[in-house]
Design a protein around this ligand. Structure first.
Ligand SMILES: [Zn+2]
Length: 303
């Protein structure tokens, strides 16, 4: 069994501490993964406080947010402008690529994207993607070959904006199979590799899932002979839940489960049709996320 492993890096702290921790851990198991970096200003503190509503407060308590994210993340960008991650930590991003991991674009400003995507017009979306691509091109010496939007906040403007950049694939939604997105009935060339498995913060503390049984629960969701894509966060599995994630890799290893970058999944599971991307709400996550629609047409192709 194979899992495509995607690592989202949302913050300065996650880049500074979580990424080197994960690189060390992955090296121990000779695993290469896909890292998606946020490279502009870190205003994530602003984002987390903005969500301070009863439902989110409960999630903060459920996930022990201060230990999960750290006080410095919760305060970043709230009282002063956040640091530009790609300027301050370009070395870490370059070292990640040098260690043969796949490096892609997550965001320019993660907070702004998550908070404003519904209000951003095509030009604003294009500008944001372009800023991220330019920064990563400067750091890597070549344009990033893949991307994944923050918080699965993707719409048709995003898909069209991305089609103008040389991405080999994008991972902007949840779903079940690799597919070509449809915008106004037209199939775009860049395939989408959807995430199939839940994230830690979506399931922990719900339906009896605890830190003690989380790894087993997650492994029970992996489906043989189907696309499996897992997202972890540099801030979570790379810092607060590092030991637990280390045990997860060991358990997976013992079960014969291997991990590959998302680009490798693309070579193995070719796109199986086209689908629109729709908005959907899922348990454990605030607001809507982008989801692969019209799965029936994809299934037909597999049969
Ligand atoms: Zn993110």
């Amino acid at each position: 069994m194979k899992i495509g492993l995607r690592i989202d890096v949302d913050t300065f702290r996650g880049t500074r501490y979580g990424v080197p921790n994960l690189c060390k851990l992955l090296a121990k198991y000779s695993i290469n993964a896909s890292f998606f970096f946020s490279v502009g200003p870190d205003n994530m503190g602003r984002h987390l406080w903005r969500l301070l509503r009863p439902a989110f407060l409960w999630k903060m308590l459920r996930t022990r947010a201060t230990s999960l994210y750290g006080w410095d993340i919760l305060l970043k960008g709230t009282f002063w402008p956040g640091p530009v991650i790609g300027e301050k930590l370009e070395n870490i991003i370059r070292l990640t690529a040098d260690a043969s991991h796949e490096v892609g674009l997550h965001a320019w400003d993660h907070h702004r994207w998550q908070a404003n995507i519904d209000k951003m017009n095509a030009a604003a979306v294009n500008h944001s993607v372009n800023q991220g691509v330019e920064m990563l091109t400067h750091i890597l010496g070549h344009p990033p070959r893949c991307s994944a939007v923050p918080g699965w906040k993707c719409n048709d403007n995003v898909l069209l904006a991305k089609s103008r950049f040389p991405f080999e694939y994008n991972s902007d939604c949840r779903g079940e199979s690799i597919f070509h997105p449809l915008v106004s009935g037209e199939e775009l060339l860049q395939p989408q590799i959807p995430v199939t498995l839940p994230t830690y913060d979506e399931v922990i503390g719900r339906n009896g899932v605890t830190d003690e049984n989380y790894n087993e629960y997650l492994l029970s969701l992996v489906k043989p002979n189907e696309l499996n894509v897992l997202t972890i966060h540099a801030e979570v599995e790379g810092i607060a839940c590092r030991d637990m994630f280390s045990r997860f890799l060991e358990m997976a290893h013992n079960k014969g489960v291997s991990f590959v970058p998302l680009g490798a999944m693309l070579r193995e599971y070719h796109p199986t049709g086209s689908a629109e991307i729709i908005k959907k709400e899922i348990p454990g996550r605030e607001g809507w996320i982008a989801y692969q629609a019209d799965l029936s047409s994809c299934r037909k192709e597999i049969d």
